[in-house]
Design a binder for this molecule. Structure first.
Ligand code: NAD
Ligand code: ZN
Length: 360
């Protein structure tokens, strides 16, 4: 098929306090008393009664708190799946991911790997998943990645950082309750919010752009400008708008692609463990030649919110280490093709990438 026939999240609830409806939403999805719901929750919420007291656990339902300090790994998914299989009487009724992109991606991957044989790393790529995932629900607690709406779950494996892109990846249900984002730290709010802004810039200036992507990308871009540059929004308005910007940004790249910042920050993530949001910011800050207007506005937003990005993170790297990052980045061919078209390899050489990485 030359045009992608891609799935969208079939059910979504939006609204402040809508998290209260979770139990009601899940109840009809319970297969039987031996098939529990498993909640994967960012451990930043451990001991947070405000959130956890609203989850009613029945029968063998279980909460697993997971740290988001490191981005999800294929081995981590394998271990979680094994643990769930060993400790449940039957295959779970559903997996509920509560957190940022890290927890949402883990929930998607675990729900896929509970019904597909073998190791998670074997499914990194496009359309390798054979069996439908079990029912999975995404509840973002920080906005920007678009992981709540996307067809991928980004994982670091032994050889690559690459998503499981499949028709079975998107959530069956998403709950968008902006109140859950109220305690995000300012720096993290900026980094993850900028992930959304960068999705828009990369999608809107890419060669893959089409009216579908553009319509979502432009909306998300306008929302980002309001959120990060306009002082008139209330805190609640700003949180609600960023939640929708994230959604639209994710929809925009679903039907196009990201670009230079993502291609290069994947290299930083793989070698140095630099997290997605901050990594994108570090790279994007140096991409004037690719995105002049977008970078100018980014610098304005950065200054307005007094954000200091780390400097010199590549200062002490060896030639071998640069090569590792460059190879990861150059391997993301669709991203480069989106930036510069089919002949991208004429411009994007290892030397070019090295000179850019050296600035960071
Ligand atoms: P994250 O999930 O790693 O969370 C960032 C930090 O914010 C963590 O320390 C977390 O504990 C904290 N946090 C989250 N919610 C909070 C809250 N309500 N209050 C206080 N602290 C909170 O960050 P992220 O930027 O959302 O996600 C990054 C991940 O998303 C990366 O692994 C990246 O690869 C992935 N990603 C996936 C997609 C996709 O389409 N699947 C798209 C972009 C990024
Ligand atoms: Zn991103």
């Amino acid at each position: 098929m030359s045009y992608k026939n891609f799935p969208m999240v079939p059910r979504v609830v939006f609204g402040r306090g809508s998290f209260n409806q979770l139990n009601e939403i899940l109840a009809p999805k319970r297969l039987n008393i031996n098939a529990p719901f498993i909640y994967l929750i960012d451990d930043v919420f451990k001991g947070n009664e405000w959130l956890t007291s609203r989850i009613s656990l029945s029968y063998d339902d279980r909460i697993i708190f997971i740290s988001a300090d490191e981005e999800p790994k294929t081995s981590q998914v394998d271990a979680l799946v094994e643990d769930i299989i060993l400790t449940t009487k039957e295959r779970p009724s559903g997996i509920i991911g509560i957190g940022g992109g890290t927890l949402l991606d883990l929930a998607k991957a675990v729900s896929i790997m509970l019904t597909n044989e073998g190791e998670t790393k074997d499914y990194q790529g496009w359309d390798l998943v054979k069996n439908p995932a079990i029912y999975h629900v995404g509840i973002p607690t920080i906005s920007g990645t678009g992981a709540e709406v996307s067809r991928t779950t980004v994982l670091t494996g032994p050889e690559k950082k690459l998503g499981i892109n499949s028709d079975y990846t998107p959530f069956d249900q998403v709950i968008l309750d902006s109140e859950l984002t109220k305690d995000v730290s300012k720096d993290q709010w900026f980094y993850t919010g900028m992930d959304c802004y960068i999705h828009c810039i990369e999608s809107l200036s890419g060669t893959y752009l089409n009216a579908f992507s553009q319509s979502y990308g432009e909306k998300a871009f306008d929302l980002c400008k309001e959120i990060f540059l306009d002082d008139s929004l209330s805190e609640i308005e700003s949180q609600e708008k960023l939640m929708m910007a994230s959604w639209h940004g994710g929809m925009s790249i679903a039907y196009s692609q990201v670009g230079v910042a993502h291609a290069m920050s994947y290299g930083l993530a793989y070698l140095l463990g630099t997290k997605h949001g901050i990594g994108n910011c570090i790279v994007f800050d140096h991409l004037e030649e690719f995105y002049p207007e977008g970078v100018k506005l980014f610098k304005e937003m950065k200054a307005k919110h007094n954000i200091e990005l780390p400097k010199g993170i590549c200062a002490d790297l060896s030639d071998e280490e640069f090569d590792i990052m460059i190879n990861i980045s150059l391997g993301l061919k669709p991203l480069w093709e989106n930036v510069l078209g089919k002949k991208w390899e004429k411009t994007i050489t290892p030397a070019k990438l090295k000179s850019l990485y050296k600035k960071m």
